[in-house]
Each structure stands twice: as C-alpha cells, then as structure tokens.
Ligand binder design. Structure first.
Ligand SMILES: Nc1ncnc2c1ncn2[C@@H]1O[C@H](COP(=O)(O)OP(=O)(O)OP(=O)(O)O)[C@@H](O)[C@H]1O
Ligand SMILES: CC(C)(CO)[C@@H](O)C(=O)NCCC(=O)O
Ligand SMILES: [K+]
Length: 257
C-alpha cells in the first residue's frame, strides 16, 4: 500500500516513500539526487524497497527528465507514473493564473500543502503568503477562500550571484556573511542577494495586508528556506516538506481510500 512522492526541482530530485498516499502518512524512506544522478536511483536507494502501490510526482524540469525518472521506475516495478499538472482547481484550491496549466507544478503543489496545513488548524480563515526558496524563488498569495491570487518569480541566491560574477568585470569573491551594513565585497554580495529575496517576500505580505486588511499566515519552504528564515522581518513558519505534503493531499483527493 506504499506511496512514492517525487519532486523534480530545477537542480535536485527529492523523493519520499510513505506508508500510504494520505496526509500525515508515516514516511518510510526518503532521499535527494542532483538531476544528473537520476539514472542511479534504480541501482541505488530505490532497489531496497518493493513496488509502491502508487506514484505521484511534480516536476519543473524538461519532459526528458521526467522520462528518465520513469525509466528508473520501469527498471524495478510495474507502477504507472502520475505527474501533477497545475489546473483551474485541485484539492480545495482554485487557480487565478491567466493560464492555469502554465503555473509551475511545484508552486501549485506547495500551495496545496500549505493550504491544508492551515485548514487543519480550524482557525478563522486568513490569507496566506508562501515563499519557496531554491534555485529560483517564488512568492505566492492565496486568499482566505483558497484562491491563488498570483505570485512573484525571482532568481535564487545562487543565480543572482552568478549573474553578477559573469556580468561584471571584477566580482569574483568567496561567499560572505549577511550583514545590515556590509563593509566588504563578499558580505555586500551575500547580503544583497538575501535582502533582495527578503524584500520581495515582505512586499507580498504588504500587498496581502492592504488587499485584505488582515495579517497573512506566512510559510517558508524549499531547500534553502532555512537560510532565509533568520533574515525576514515578518514571522514565517518554516516547513520544508510542503511539496511532499501537497502530493499526499492530492493523492488522497484523487484516489480516496
Ligand atoms: N544564503 C542563501 N539564501 C538564499 N538562498 C540560497 C542561499 N544559499 C543558497 N541558496 C539557494 O539554494 C539553492 C540550493 O538549494 P537546494 O538545492 O536545497 O534547493 P531546492 O529547493 O532543492 O532547489 P530545486 O527544488 O530548485 O532543485 C541554490 O540554488 C541557491 O539559489
Ligand atoms: C518558477 C519555477 C522555475 C520555480 O521552480 C517553476 O515553478 C516554473 O518553471 N514555473 C513555470 C512558470 C510559472 O510558474 O509561471
Ligand atoms: K523546489
């Protein structure tokens, strides 16, 4: 009865095996691979377990990468691969994007994960802001009724710094520290990237406040969420597993047991 959840990001694939495809199911195993190492999954970590009953994935990478994941599954098991495509509505959320299917599946799934976490609290409805910090950064706004209003996409910290290195004549320095008033190039670059991301996030919180007159509940997720958490002026809850949580939610809605 096990369930395999897969999140194919821009840089890494993250997977987790659960006892079942429902929220809060116990996790039996998990791992992460850089995309260039996907082809090692069937000879490595996946070899250890028997065929999952179902698989649901979410991918922002090219179709060829999805194919490589499916090949790894086919080498071991006879289990169909299902991939989430963003849609106009799923698992209680509605999608305000101009073209709902063009919304990145990772953004949609993470919003579904965060939304259900909020609903489970049985508190009065509140708007939500969700920031996902990885290779790219996204900042989403969801209204109290579960409607995705829109969101920002910006370069992640790594891309920002590489862009500066390649676009300027002499900026090649080691990683620095985050400072309020940086006094050397390394610290200036590291702090600039961090506060650019923080600024975008805080701006979305402001947009939400002035739209709804309410303080949004704020979530932070993604592989580098923990690096941003100390530098945000707003109170954010760091939940690393929102994409996997969202996949469990969607699985439960699609295949109720
Ligand atoms: N100090 C920092 N602050 C914010 N982001 C950072 C920092 N250092 C690194 N990062 C970002 O973290 C990314 C790497 O994190 P990780 O690979 O865990 O993310 P991820 O969520 O798995 O990415 P993806 O899902 O896109 O593959 C880098 O690409 C970089 O943009
Ligand atoms: C923005 C990223 C790269 C973030 O991972 C991904 O969600 C994506 O490729 N999205 C498609 C474009 C969009 O969401 O509008
Ligand atoms: K991601």
């Amino acid at each position: 009865m096990t369930f395999l959840a897969i999140d194919v990001g821009n840089t890494r694939l993250k997977w987790a095996l659960y006892e079942a495809g429902r929220p809060h199911a116990p996790m039996l195993a998990h791992g992460a691979e850089f995309l260039e190492n996907i082809d090692k999954l069937s000879d490595g970590p996946w070899q250890a377990f028997s065929a999952p009953q179902r698989m649901l994935g979410c991918s922002v990478a090219a179709d060829a990468v999805k194919r490589r994941v499916e090949e790894q599954m086919e080498e071991l098991w006879d289990v169909p691969a299902h991939w989430v495509v963003s849609s106009a509505a799923e698992a209680g959320l509605t999608n305000g994007y101009d073209h709902p299917t063009r919304l990145g599946a990772d953004r949609w799934v993470a919003m579904i994960g965060a939304w259900h976490r909020l609903q489970a609290r049985k508190e009065p409805p509140r708007p939500m802001v969700l920031a996902m910090i990885g290779t790219a950064v996204t900042v989403e706004a969801v209204d109290p009724q579960g409607r995705f209003l829109g969101g920002f996409i910006l370069p992640g910290h790594g891309i920002m710094l590489r862009a500066l290195e390649s676009g300027t004549a002499g900026l090649h320095v080691p990683t620095g520290d985050v400072r309020e008033f940086p006094t050397n190039t390394s610290d200036a670059l590291t702090s600039g990237g961090t506060f650019a991301i923080a600024g975008a996030i805080e701006r979305m919180v402001q947009h939400m406040r002035s739209r709804s007159g309410q303080d949004p509940v704020c979530f932070l997720t993604g592989g580098a969420g923990w690096k941003m958490a100390p530098h945000l002026a707003e109170r954010f809850e760091l939940v690393e597993s929102l994409i996997l949580d969202g996949l469990l939610e969607i699985a439960q809605h699609r295949w109720p047991t």
